[in-house]
Design a protein around this ligand. Structure first.
Ligand SMILES: [Fe+2]
Ligand SMILES: [Fe+2]
Length: 267
């Protein structure tokens, strides 16, 4: 059995602090083999810095995913080139990484499972988002390549706005991916399930950060923007924080998911 722990979009300092506390607890309670976090909002809501990437890795994370906010911190560009465990969406037009640094796919060997290859993928939706290359076709090509190499432990973060696109994507990979978990919406959905084909799924894992906010941002900033229709300075909300996380168990010989457990807790 292999156990995955995944945290949804980590937002600002409150989100990072919540995850630091939660990781410690999960280690004791669940002893995960693979730990993943979506860190696209870790730096004050916008992107992630190299120092934060180092910090997350030092807490034991195996892979860090991002999304539309991947590039918000200019200093992170080199980290995308040099740190394969930091992913950007795979469906940018440039797979070579020459124009768009980094990769959306990484194959790791968990410390607790020597010799076992686990692939983590990140793709981004196109509904109400930037029109990247088709996430369905791009991810399909990557998944087929991995399966062709005998890698059947495949964990996909699908970063999208529309639940319809996310659910269609999930069913498309039913029976081929161990897990398809959603990020980007910042609000957790209660639809975690194991599909009959053996794929664990949830439309969105939700945010790690201050929930008394508008998707992590101070309420006043957001309300003013809607009232004025003018650009506003967005500040991360402050106050008690929580985390959205998911634990997935799978049979590592078949890559089929066995169990999925959803968490939405204050720290
Ligand atoms: Fe986000
Ligand atoms: Fe996002």
């Amino acid at each position: 059995m292999i156990r995955y722990l995944y945290f949804g979009d980590v937002f600002g300092r409150p989100g990072r602090e919540a995850v630091e506390v939660a990781v410690d607890r999960f280690r004791k309670s669940h002893n995960p083999d693979v730990m993943i976090a979506n860190v696209e909002n870790a730096a004050h809501g916008k992107g992630v810095t190299p120092r934060m990437v180092e910090e997350f890795l030092s807490w034991g994370f195996d892979v860090l995913t991002t999304g539309n906010h991947a590039w918000d911190q200019g200093e992170i560009i080199d980290t995308f080139r040099n740190e394969p465990r930091l992913l950007r969406p795979l469906n940018y037009g440039d797979k070579s990484g020459m124009y768009t640094p980094g990769s959306g796919v990484v194959v790791i060997e968990p410390k607790s499972k020597p010799g076992l290859k686990v692939a983590v993928l990140l793709a981004m939706g196109r509904v109400f988002m930037d029109p990247l290359d088709c996430p369905f076709h791009c991810t399909n090509a990557e998944v087929e390549e991995l399966l062709g190499q005998g890698i059947n432990n495949i964990f996909i973060d699908f970063h999208g706005e529309a639940s319809s696109e996310k659910q269609a994507f999930t069913y498309f990979f039913e029976g081929r991916a161990t897990a398809v978990v959603g990020s980007h919406q910042h609000v957790q959905t209660a639809d975690e399930r194991i599909l009959p084909g053996g794929t664990a799924a949830i439309t969105d894992v939700g945010m790690c950060g201050v929930w008394d906010s508008v998707i992590g941002v101070k309420k006043e900033n957001s309300i003013r923007r809607f009232l004025s229709k003018m650009p506003q300075r967005f500040e991360p909300a402050e106050g008690p924080a929580g985390y959205g996380a998911i634990v997935i168990d799978a049979d590592e010989t078949t890559g089929r998911a066995i169990k999925i457990e959803r968490f939405r807790n204050w720290v």
